[in-house]
Design a protein. Sequence first.
Length: 57
Amino acid sequence: MSSPALSMDRIEIQYNKWHSIIISPKDKNQFINQLMELNPDINVDDAYTNKEKINII
């Protein structure tokens, strides 16, 4: 995974069908929780890589 985010502790957000962005929020858990409050249908996948992938439906 390559991105302009400075931290190695990153989140990849996948949206639409083929789009994604990689970010490094200051508080990853809080960021994910806030996204889940806005849209409970968001999928958070950490099963394969130890890096979060957030799929926005």
